[in-house]
Design a protein around this ligand. Structure first.
Ligand SMILES: Cc1ncc(COP(=O)(O)O)c(C=O)c1O
Length: 398
């Protein structure tokens, strides 16, 4: 057939050899659609009679391989099955799950120290659609119980544990138990810890969210998000439908980059934890540091809770410098080795000063209420040699 074709047609068509090459690494399926062998196969796949791919917004072999891996990690060692979908970002994952779960008139119960983007999503996007958000302090579980008892519009509890930047934790087992009694779904954003350090399904949580942009990718070169759910039918019908119709799906290249990061997740997380523990101890002894928030320190109010539900204290910490705003800005200006970047979970150490960066538009009283004081510095401790991290922070403080 090739012989009879014209030049322009030869440019357009690929005559792939039908050889099974068994690639050693996951290929990037850079294709928007999938061709059918014949009409019958097309009809069977479209109607769901046979498994197969149709169009990459609905599903793609690269993306699905990585999503399945994340579902396996979140259920590792548990007698639980789960389904994962990958999205174009952490925010796309969160909004897709909320759209799939809530309707006008429903309410969502959450904490007031969520990632800022999630709070804005709840207030600026979901509220006008008729979904109310109720904020409460999850360290006082009697509040949670009281709110659930008096308001049966609450259909979902949305958590972050540990939360940014104080690393306050929520007792997942207790909240999971209360939620079951009131038949309310529970969701947790597990971005800060990854399934290596915390498996929320162990504690009866229904859905796990990740901004995979952070520790799961770990190299700062891919933006994506994940939703993992134990209710497979709900995932396949509702969450998949939102992904497909709103178009919040991931893409093969970002999923592939994420997969490269996942291969070293265990090694990286061990090193993130080791380095963060060292830095937390160093800062805790420093006379110009007022206090340190890290879950490896006995002084942290959630030290015992963290030991119960986490396998390690994680790579995130924050500390308060003596001298407030001016001292913090000076410190940031003196850093030479650590990177000033508004993200977290990468292999290199990333530092932000929330009061002059991520939270500069939030009134001082409001940010102080969630633990963000003028002198607070947040560190995403990287996996470099810890001596270089300590040396840079030491010279920047002194
Ligand atoms: C805890 C947490 N959840 C969700 C997100 C949103 O993720 P993305 O930036 O991938 O949309 C972020 C982003 O910083 C985050 O820190």
């Amino acid at each position: 057939m090739k012989k009879d074709l014209q030049f322009g047609s030869l440019c357009v068509h690929d005559f792939t050899k039908k050889i099974n090459n068994h690639p050693h690494q996951l290929p990037i399926y850079a294709t928007s659609s999938f061709a059918f062998e014949d009409l019958e196969q097309g009809i069977d796949i479209f109607s769901g009679k046979k498994e197969g791919h149709v169009y990459s917004r609905y599903g793609n072999p690269t993306i699905e391989t990585v999503a399945d891996k994340i579902a396996n990690l979140e259920t590792f060692g548990l007698d639980v099955k789960a389904k994962c979908f990958l999205f174009s970002s952490g925010m796309a994952a969160i909004s897709s799950l909320l759209l799939a779960s809530l309707k006008s008139g429903d309410s969502i119960l959450t904490q007031n120290n969520l990632y800022g983007g999630t709070t804005y999503l709840l207030q600026d996007i979901l509220k006008p659609l008729g979904v109310e958000t109720i904020f409460t302090d999850f360290s006082k579980l009697e509040n949670v119980e009281r709110l659930l008892a008096k308001d049966d519009n609450i259909k979902m509890i949305y958590l972050e544990s540990p939360a940014n930047p104080t690393l306050a934790c929520v007792d997942l087992e207790k909240v999971g138990g209360i939620a079951k009694r009131y038949k309310v779904r529970t969701v947790i954003d597990n971005t800060f810890l990854t399934p290596y350090l915390q498996q929320p399904f162990r504690f009866g949580i229904d859905f796990v969210i990740h901004s995979t942009t952070k520790f799961l990718n770990g190299h700062g070169n891919s933006v994506s998000g994940a939703v993992i759910g134990k209710d497979i039918d709900f995932m396949m019908e509702k969450v998949w439908k939102v992904m497909k119709l709103v178009g919040t799906n991931s893409n093969a290249f970002d999923a592939w980059m994420l997969n490269n990061g996942l291969k070293t997740l265990e090694l990286r997380m061990d090193r993130h934890c080791q380095n963060a523990n060292r830095l937390a101890n160093y800062l805790n002894e420093h006379n110009k540091v007022i206090h340190v928030n890290h879950l490896s320190l006995k002084a942290h109010p959630d030290f015992e809770l963290a030991k119960k539900q986490m396998r390690g204290a994680g790579g995130m910490l924050s500390f308060e410098l003596e001298g407030g705003f001016t001292a913090a800005v000076k410190f940031m200006g003196r850093l030479q080795f650590c990177t000033l970047a508004p993200t977290l979970g990468d292999v290199d150490t990333l530092i932000v000063h929330p009061a002059s960066m991520s939270h500069m538009d939030i009134p001082k009283v409001e940010r102080e209420a969630v633990g963000i004081s003028d002198g607070l510095i947040r560190v995403s401790v990287g996996i470099e040699n810890v001596k270089d991290i300590l040396k840079d922070i030491e010279q920047a403080i002194d």
